[in-house]
Design a protein around this ligand. Structure first.
Ligand SMILES: Cc1cc2nc3c(=O)[nH]c(=O)nc-3n(C[C@H](O)[C@H](O)[C@H](O)COP(=O)(O)OP(=O)(O)OC[C@H]3O[C@@H](n4cnc5c(N)ncnc54)[C@H](O)[C@@H]3O)c2cc1C
Length: 500
């Protein structure tokens, strides 16, 4: 795969050809681009991004208070030290990503406003043909690539998920989804009901509570919240010791990733103890008289859904100050003035914020074909949670639920770069994961075990996602500490990848 030879516009069809085509310029796509330039320097690649700029999640979400709830030592890349505060706003994360792009001259590879609509693999030419639509001109664009690197995330950026409620059209106020927050929304002095109690609600409410008239957090059932962030004391100590920033970043990453793993293990080995610890953290902020039992005591085991982090208890402070109240109830219907609850209570609202989650988008809503046949990803089995049986020359970055997303960007990138280099060395043009004879009767299970993690957006669309097997190589183990050693040690010639 020689850069100069490969990036040839095929004059007759005017189709640009690349060794690798990366889909998406979020934290995954920018990381993939960085690793390609470092680990496969002769590789000619392009990044196609539907939006007008980079950032993905951190560009799409513009609601007040938007920030990470992960620490940035682990949400940042392994290769670029994070020097700011432990968590970061969307703007700070985009600034950091912008530095990665500029420092490594990645911008020349990115084509914005290119939404990919289809990708077809041909075993005749051993390449993908990708069709995209340009948002600026409406023009259709065709490109070809030897390898498709899917960094499109997991949810539809254009529209968030809103359940169907009765009477929505009767409501005379405004209904807003945080994913498409209008920049000019005037909420000062208004009564706001936020439906949902996940990380978005927990971030948004402290940011709007002071200026709004009153905020009501309406939830069907309680969620776990983390009130302490790992590693902060160590960060302060390392800063005081004036430790070099590269070391600082690495030490913090190792500490936090290890602590996250220990915490996750404890949620399996002693779930009740962990549950009581999390609830005690909330009670500390809300005081002994608050009804923590009703509003902050989930019925499920910790970590079956993402645990939202509340830095310095900011959400709970607004509750204590009386600026926010929590209602645990069910919606009967919307009315002209607000929401009628199943209990008979009415919540008056000027603005209703539907913080009700995402629509899962399997592979960026791209239509996939392999040799003329439509790919149904739910009929495929995942290879290490990043490649798929029967789908050649394609990899996907899907991060961790219980740790930051980005460590997986780094280790999947290492693997993909190793694979590309291996193919180059051996002259292989095509690599396809396939179950080995001894695995043909392996039980196939959903992408993720709902007993272990059952976030709403995944449960709504689990049937669309690839299957997993019962061996680590045929699943996304969600376990960084073991994957970081296992993936680099994978024998590419052990029969699970068919090269041609
Ligand atoms: C509000 C919010 C807060 C979060 N906070 C955290 C956190 O604190 N820690 C954590 O670990 N995770 C968090 N997450 C999860 C988060 O999505 C991931 O951390 C990470 O941002 C995913 O990055 P990505 O690059 O894989 O995908 P995305 O950020 O989703 O970016 C994908 C990009 O691909 C583009 N794209 C998609 N389809 C196409 C197509 N067909 N053609 C062209 N381009 C396409 C999109 O426009 C987008 O720019 C959060 C998510 C949300 C929504």
């Amino acid at each position: 795969m020689n850069a100069t030879l490969e990036h040839t516009a095929i004059a007759s069809q005017n189709v640009d050809h690349f060794d690798v085509l990366i889909v998406g310029a979020g934290i995954s796509g920018v990381g993939a681009a960085y690793h390609l330039t470092k680990q496969c320097p002769d590789t000619d690649f392009v990044v196609l991004e539907a939006q007008e700029s980079f950032g993905g999640t951190w560009l799409t979400h513009r609601y007040p208070g938007i920030r990470s709830d992960s620490d940035l030592y682990t949400y940042g890349y392994s290769f670029k030290p994070w020097t700011g505060s432990t968590t970061a706003t969307a703007a700070e994360i985009r600034f950091y990503m912008g530095e990665v792009i500029n420092e490594n001259d990645l911008g020349r590879h990115i084509r914005y406003r290119h939404k990919i609509t289809s990708a077809s693999w041909s075993s005749g030419s051993n390449q993908w043909t990708v069709e995209a639509t340009r948002a600026d001109t409406g023009e259709s664009v065709s490109l070809t690539a030897n390898f498709l690197w899917m960094c499109q995330g997991y949810y539809r950026h254009s529209k968030g998920y809103t359940p169907q409620w009765e009477g929505v059209d009767d409501f005379r106020g405004k209904i807003v989804h945080p994913q498409t927050w209008p920049e000019d929304l005037e909420y000062k002095g208004k009564n706001i009901v936020v439906i949902g109690s996940g990380a978005t609600a927990a971030t948004l409410i402290p940011a709007i509570a002071a200026d709004s008239g009153h905020v009501t957090l309406l939830q069907r059932s309680p969620t776990y919240f983390g009130t302490e962030l790992n590693g902060v004391a160590l960060a302060n100590e390392l800063r005081a010791l004036d430790i070099d920033k590269t070391w600082f970043h690495e030490i913090m990453r190792r500490k936090i990733l290890r602590e996250q793993q220990i915490f996750t293990n404890r949620t399996f080995s002693e779930p009740d103890v962990v549950k009581q610890e999390l609830i005690a953290g909330v009670r500390n902020y809300l005081g002994p008289d608050y009804d923590v039992e009703t509003h902050f005591t989930p019925s499920y085991r910790p970590w079956r859904q993402r645990i939202a982090f509340v830095p310095d208890g900011d959400l709970f402070r607004t509750i204590r100050e009386g600026k926010t109240s929590v209602v645990t109830d069910q919606i009967d219907r919307f009315t002209d003035i607000g929401i009628l609850l199943k209990s008979g209570k009415i919540l008056n609202a000027d603005i209703i914020v539907t913080s009700t989650g995402f629509n899962l988008s399997v592979f960026g809503d791209i239509d996939f074909m392999v040799d003329g046949k439509t790919v149904s990803f739910s009929d495929t089995v995942t290879y290490h949670g990043m490649m798929f049986t029967g789908v050649p020359n394609m990899a996907w970055v899907f991060g961790y639920f219980r740790a930051s997303w980005t460590p997986r960007v780094d280790i999947v990138s290492d693997f993909v770069c190793r694979l590309i280099n291996h193919m180059k060395e051996t002259g292989a043009k095509k690599v396809t994961p396939a179950l080995r004879p001894e695995e043909e009767d392996m039980p196939l299970l959903p992408w993720i075990d709902p007993e272990n993690f059952n976030a709403g957006y995944l449960m709504r669309s689990l049937h669309l996602l690839p299957k997993r097997g019962n061996k680590p190589e045929w699943q996304h183990t969600q376990d960084y500490l073991s994957e970081k050693d296992q993936l680099p040690a994978v024998d590419l010639d052990n029969g699970a990848l068919i090269f041609a």
